[in-house]
Write a protein that binds this ligand. Structure first.
Ligand SMILES: [Zn+2]
Length: 379
């Protein structure tokens, strides 16, 4: 195992932050896997999973069972982790710019195409290597004029050429669910099955460039361009979706325990064994809990009024369209406002605060019909 320390640009006199990455196995001897935790710094289940993973990966490395390289960044956002506001943890938004820490990653499809498009030929594996080389070069050239930019560039540099990228998050209160690219589902199904995901949300473009899409989306963008060229000269230029990137939501913010983290770490190792990153017996995959649904079918339950929230439904519950999910109560006027689901589906995440202000999104229901357009992720 190697420890790499990555100093970030110092934002202000007297402060120095760094990212620390742990590298198991040997680079370029097999697949590269990248796993990071707590990019939203207030989401801690993944941090404990990373702790358990490190111990397990060290043991696997010691007995020579790792093929390729597994990179773990247990604390992906030291900027956010240092945010304490009036005694509470923040960590989701950069205080300088207001930007969500898991949005606004650069879309590199155009730049990579400009660098590697003309080099692509009929061998898919050679194309993958050429695209990865161009991608690494493009990431190195990204601006790093602020501490936030230098953190984003460092994380992308560690992840961009990996075959598997897992970004470990959580919701407020939730069942385990994941977000990934529509084109990646044939690969992601095994991940969903190993983790026991209750919901898998698919999109080709969720709208705001989260970290996982910055790693994966360029592959289908380049494939589309390469496919256009095929017709012109008759030669196929195959470009597979060579980066399985997913945002894994490890339940809710309070779901942090050794038992759960050890179980989740084992599930991730089972998946890596299935992908032959780890030598070992490939046990049969657990059944898929539920078929994937479009991210565009995920319907928010929004409160039009302010008041105290009384839940009728919990994460994991199936709700029917029109069914009451919660009530919002104004104890002054004694008004009780029922909030209903706009779709049939699984209520997979809900607020952990119990006071609503008008316009607040209180829950999310995974419907099967893609009804929404535009930006598909919440703030
Ligand atoms: Zn998150």
């Amino acid at each position: 195992m190697q420890i790499h320390r990555h100093p970030l640009l110092s934002q202000s006199l007297g402060t120095h932050r760094e990212l620390v990455s742990f590298h198991y196995g040997t680079p370029d001897t097999g697949p590269k896997v990248y796993i990071q935790a707590s990019l939203h710094a207030d989401e801690l289940p993944g941090m404990l999973v990373a702790h358990h993973l490190r111990e397990r990966l060290a043991a696997l490395e010691a007995k020579g069972a790792l093929r390729g390289e597994v990179v773990v960044v247990p604390v992906a956002n030291p900027l956010g982790l240092s945010q304490r506001v009036l005694g509470g943890a923040a960590g989701r938004f950069d205080l300088q710019t207001g930007e969500n820490f898991n949005r606004h990653y650069p879309s590199l499809g155009d730049a990579v195409w400009a660098e590697a498009g003309a080099l692509l030929g009929s061998d898919a594996e050679v194309n993958v290597q050429r695209i990865r080389a161009a991608l690494r070069a493009c990431v190195v050239r990204l601006p790093a004029a602020t501490e936030l930019q230098s953190m984003r560039r460092t994380l992308l540099a560690l992840a961009c050429d990996a075959e598997i990228v897992l970004d470990l998050h959580c919701d407020h209160e939730a069942v385990l669910h994941l977000y990934t690219g529509t084109a990646l589902w044939p690969q992601a199904e095994a991940l969903a099955r190993c983790l026991g995901a209750e919901v898998s949300l698919l999109a080709a473009d969720s709208g705001d460039q989260p970290f996982d899409e910055a790693c994966s989306q360029l592959w289908w963008e380049i494939a589309a361009r390469a496919g256009t060229l095929t017709a012109a000269d008759g030669r196929a230029r195959p470009v597979p979706p060579a980066c399985l990137a997913a945002t894994v939501e490890l339940r809710g913010e309070a779901d942090v325990s050794h038992a759960q983290a050890a179980s989740d770490a084992q599930a991730l190792l089972d998946f890596l064994t299935h992908r032959r990153v780890i030598d070992g017996l490939r046990t049969p995959l657990p059944p898929l809990r539920r078929e994937p649904t479009p991210l565009a079918g995920s319907e928010p339950v929004t409160s039009p009024v302010s008041g105290v929230i009384a839940w009728h439904k919990a994460p994991g519950d199936w709700v029917a369209r029109g069914e009451t999910v919660a009530e919002v109560i104004d104890p002054i006027s004694a008004t009780v406002t029922p909030l209903t689901s706009a779709t049939d589906g699984v209520l997979y995440a809900r607020e952990n605060r119990r006071f609503a202000v008008a316009g607040m999104r209180l829950a999310k229901v995974a419907g099967t019909l893609a009804t929404r357009t535009g930006k598909l992720l919440s703030a």
